[in-house]
Ligand binder design. Structure first.
Ligand SMILES: Cc1cc2nc3c(=O)[nH]c(=O)nc-3n(C[C@H](O)[C@H](O)[C@H](O)COP(=O)(O)O)c2cc1C
Length: 359
């Protein structure tokens, strides 16, 4: 009998170490990670996930209680590492507000004042919940927080977009590196917010380079939405994969219908990286609003989180009327591979298909 494929052995060893039955991780997705989705993925043997960026401590605790009531499986809690507050420019914000009035409700000048929940309080809530894994994106946790995580035996998964970031994360004590290819849906994880568009590396180049540069396990993410992608990532050295967009058409994701339907129609070239929703670079479907905002005559988006505040009314109105044109429909380049099936089926198909290819 031929010896087992080393890629398969590596992935199975990683999954076992984290109490999983398959090396399939749900990607943290702020505002698109209801407990139902994590419960389904964790009950199938994968890892659940919560993008807690916009959640106050009480909401983080409630999310974890609901997931724990629905599954014995594990999950990760995830936060963005905050940047210093941005410099405001009232005249520039007025130009953005005038532009947005063409797409949604009038925007009040104070809309740009909206700030995310307090980061330290969110960190305390995560430690209190004590999931098996806490992950970071857009930077690294401060050393004191890393120490407190480790004291509680919580593992730290650090999202990175370059080899340099991967090496910094390993040196800071990350237990695993999540290599985010430029195909990924949602915000870019670049540590330097301003340089995100200049550091766009595809997963086929990034993954083996990161695997060669660090000793800790590497998890692949970005554009993986079928079993071929899973198998390829494992062959390139990943120990597991993290899938976001690939789960978004499942009923448990509870996505607005227009967004979920549009994913199925999107060719790889039908997404773009834009700052027009939040002020930070992220990959979304190339909607009418996102394309118009990219026109040279359109005003430059305000910095994060000001732009997020300014676009809030438009985004909320879009969800109410299920209008794709002005929604914030994050999507990776493999959106059309996402299946409208229960999340547990999707997880099983991803893993069983990859395992058959690698056997
Ligand atoms: C709707 C959405 C929200 C996201 N929010 C977060 C987040 O809060 N934190 C994070 O680390 N990554 C976030 N991401 C990025 C994912 O974790 C992951 O990198 C990405 O989904 C992988 O690419 P894929 O969508 O092609 O699978 C988000 C992605 C999407 C699609």
């Amino acid at each position: 009998m031929a010896p087992p494929n080393p890629a398969l052995t590596r992935a199975e060893t990683f999954a076992r170490a984290y109490g999983l039955q398959m090396p399939i991780l749900l990607a943290p997705m702020a505002a698109a990670c209801p407990p139902s989705l994590s419960i389904a993925v964790a009950n199938a043997g994968g890892l659940g996930s919560c993008g807690a960026l916009l959640m106050k401590p009480a909401a983080i605790r409630a999310w974890a209680s609901e997931v724990r009531a629905g599954t014995n499986g594990g999950f990760q809690l995830n936060l963005w590492i905050p940047d210093p507050p941005p410099t405001r420019d009232a005249a520039a914000e007025d130009r953005v507000r005038a532009f947005l009035a063409n797409w949604g409700p009038e925007v009040a000048p104070e809309a740009g004042d909206a700030t995310p929940p307090d980061f330290s309080a969110q960190c305390e809530a995560m430690l209190e919940v004590a999931p098996s894994i806490i992950s970071s994106i857009m930077g690294l946790y401060p050393p004191e927080f890393v120490e407190r995580m480790k004291a509680k035996r919580i593992k730290w998964f650090a999202n990175v977009t370059t080899v340099k970031e991967a090496m910094a994360a390993e040196a800071a004590g990350a237990d695993a590196i999540v290599a985010q290819g430029m195909e990924a849906g949602g915000h870019r994880g670049a540590f330097d917010a301003g340089g995100a568009e200049a550091a766009m590396v595809g997963l086929f180049a990034l993954l083996p380079a990161v695997v060669d540069a660090v000793k800790v396990p590497v998890i692949a993410t970005g554009g993986i939405a079928d079993s071929r992608g899973v198998a390829a990532a494992l062959l390139l050295g990943a120990s597991a994969v993290q899938v976001g967009t690939g789960f978004l058409r499942s009923p448990e994701a509870k996505l607005p219908k227009a967004w979920a339907d549009a994913l199925a129609r999107a060719a790889p070239e039908d997404t773009l990286v834009t700052r027009a929703f939040s002020g930070r670079a992220g990959r979304s479907l190339a909607t009418a609003y996102a394309r118009a905002a990219a026109h040279p005559d359109a005003p430059r988006p305000a910095p994060y989180p000001v732009q997020r505040g300014l676009t809030q009314a438009m985004r909320e109105a879009a969800v109410k009327s299920d209008d794709l044109a002005t929604m914030q429909p994050w999507a990776g380049q493999s959106a059309a591979r996402a299946l409208a099936e229960p999340a547990a089926e999707i997880a099983r198909e991803l893993w069983e298909g990859a395992r058959a290819m690698l056997a």
